[in-house]
Structures are given as structure tokens and as C-alpha cells.
Design a binder for this molecule. Structure first.
Ligand SMILES: Nc1ncnc2c1ncn2[C@@H]1O[C@H](COP(=O)(O)OP(=O)(O)OP(=O)(O)O)[C@@H](O)[C@H]1O
Ligand SMILES: [Mg+2]
Length: 242
């Protein structure tokens, strides 16, 4: 099998210290290979966002190892880590996080320009990425001229532009209606089929069904992993769904 895009080895994250310390994640190990989409499920406060932030190098582990595209995050200084994130990791958040004053193409081109690409080259790559998301007609629209689903697809286009192979999505369908949510996940699934590695936080079994595997967290610990996402429904029946 190919090398994983993402590897977590016995990762622990404790927030704060002393008597107020909160162990948000304890001894979590996980790998995601190119072409794989892994769903992360669990009750509120179980550590899903903590896991995603560590997986993308937005946060550092208290102990254990996080390796992104072969680079050990713990060994990198903050500048090298920022560069690793920009080159290799795409984030998609629940509320899109697009810049309102920039068009779709400008939003998608921004990470490339920050990385030193020429404006014209960055725009070409941005338009291509938007076309892959079915937004070729909307590249010059501003976020407030697009539907929620279209904005979320712009966010995915930005996450995947420039050949980044690791996409991390934290409840990316939260603000979307059912139909649009499914549409966005189908696009993510297609990108993973084309070789991207994806980690998707969701609290809906229906959405986890798009994944190859589901990892269940409870109180910061992986309590179950299933190779068959359709089992998610049964396992969740014992969970306090929020
Ligand atoms: N910056 C922080 N400082 C202190 N505690 C934190 C911090 N971030 C998260 N926590 C705690 O860590 C635990 C895990 O939080 P996390 O946000 O990862 O949960 P989650 O599974 O994403 O929840 P939700 O489904 O509500 O988004 C919780 O107990 C939370 O209160
Ligand atoms: Mg969260």
C-alpha cells in the first residue's frame, strides 16, 4: 500500500495544565492513505475537532506523533509547519470561511499566491479547481452571490487547489440542507476516489456512509473503528445524539 498522507501514532492532547487540565484526546492512532475517506463520529466534546486540528498541524500534540505527507509535525518549527499546512493540507469548516470581499476564483487562488505563485498561474489553477467542483460558471461571483452549497464547494476547491492531497473537513455540511449536503459529500468522495486522502467529521450516519471507514470517539478515545460505514447507524443508537 502507498505511504499514508496522514499518520497519528498514539497521540494525546491535554488542554491546560494542573487541576483544570482537560484530556481532549488520549492515545489515538490512525492513518489515512491516498484515495481513502475516513469519517470521525462521536458525541459533542468527544475530541473530533481536536483530532482534526492536530491532523492538519493547526495544533500540536502533547505526546505521540503526527506525520503529514512524511513530515513529523513535532520536528517542525512554526514557519516550517505553516508552510507544510499551506502546501499539503486543505481545511473545510462548517461555515465555509470564505473572504467576502474576494470572488470565488480569488478565494481559491489566495493560498497559492501566499505560497509565492504568480497571480496569473494561481488564477489558472483556481479556475481549474472550481471547474472540478462544477463551478466553472461562477468563478467571478462573490460569496454573497452564491448559495450555501456553492460556497461550500468553493471552500472544497480552495482546500484542494495546488495538488494538496489531504483534506480535513469539520462538519462541512452543517449549514446546508439535506440535498446540498449530499451533493457536497459526493464531490468529496469523487476527489478521494481520484487520490485525495480525506478526514470528515460528521454526526450523521447518512454522511458517514460515504466513507471507507468510520472512527468513533468517546471522551477522547477511539472506542470503535468499522470498515463498513453502514454499521454506523447501529453503533450510534447507543450514543447520545445531540
Ligand atoms: N482550547 C481549549 N481549551 C480547553 N479545553 C478545550 C479546548 N478545546 C477543546 N477543549 C475540550 O476538549 C474536549 C474535546 O473538544 P472538541 O472540540 O475536540 O470536541 P468535539 O468532538 O469537536 O465536539 P463538538 O461535536 O461539540 O464540536 C472538550 O471537553 C472541550 O471542552
Ligand atoms: Mg467540534
Amino acid at each position: 500500500m502507498s505511504a499514508p498522507c496522514l499518520l497519528l501514532d498514539d497521540v494525546t492532547r491535554v488542554h491546560g495544565d494542573g487541576p483544570t487540565a482537560v484530556p481532549a484526546l488520549s492515545g489515538v492512532s490512525l492513518s489515512v492513505h491516498p484515495g481513502e475517506l475516513v469519517a470521525v463520529m462521536g458525541p459533542s466534546g468527544s475530541g473530533k475537532s481536536t483530532l482534526l486540528n492536530l491532523a492538519g498541524g493547526l495544533d500540536r500534540a502533547t505526546s505521540g506523533r503526527v506525520v503529514i505527507e512524511g513530515q513529523d509535525v513535532g520536528a517542525l518549527g512554526s514557519r516550517a509547519l505553516a508552510e507544510l499546512r499551506r502546501r499539503h493540507v486543505g481545511f473545510v469548516f462548517q461555515d465555509y470561511n470564505l473572504i467576502p470581499a474576494l470572488t470565488a476564483a480569488e478565494n481559491v487562488a489566495l493560498p497559492l499566491e501566499l505560497d509565492g505563485q504568480r497571480v496569473r498561474d494561481a488564477r489558472r489553477a483556481a479556475v481549474q479547481s472550481l471547474e472540478l467542483m462544477g463551478l466553472g460558471e461562477l468563478v467571478d461571483r462573490y460569496p454573497d452571490q452564491m448559495s450555501g452549497g456553492q460556497q461550500q464547494r468553493v471552500a472544497f476547491a480552495r482546500a484542494l487547489v495546488g495538488g494538496r492531497r489531504l483534506v480535513l473537513a469539520d462538519e462541512p455540511t452543517g449549514a446546508l440542507d439535506t440535498h446540498t449536503g449530499e451533493e457536497v459529500l459526493r464531490v468529496l468522495r469523487e476527489r478521494c476516489d481520484a487520490g485525495t486522502a480525506g478526514l470528515l467529521v460528521t454526526h450523521e450516519a447518512r454522511h458517514a456512509a460515504w466513507a471507507d471507514r468510520v472512527v468513533f470517539l468517546r471522551d477522547g478515545v477511539v472506542v470503535d473503528t468499522t470498515g463498513d460505514p453502514s454499521d454506523a447507524e447501529d453503533l450510534l443508537e447507543t450514543e447520545p445524539v445531540r
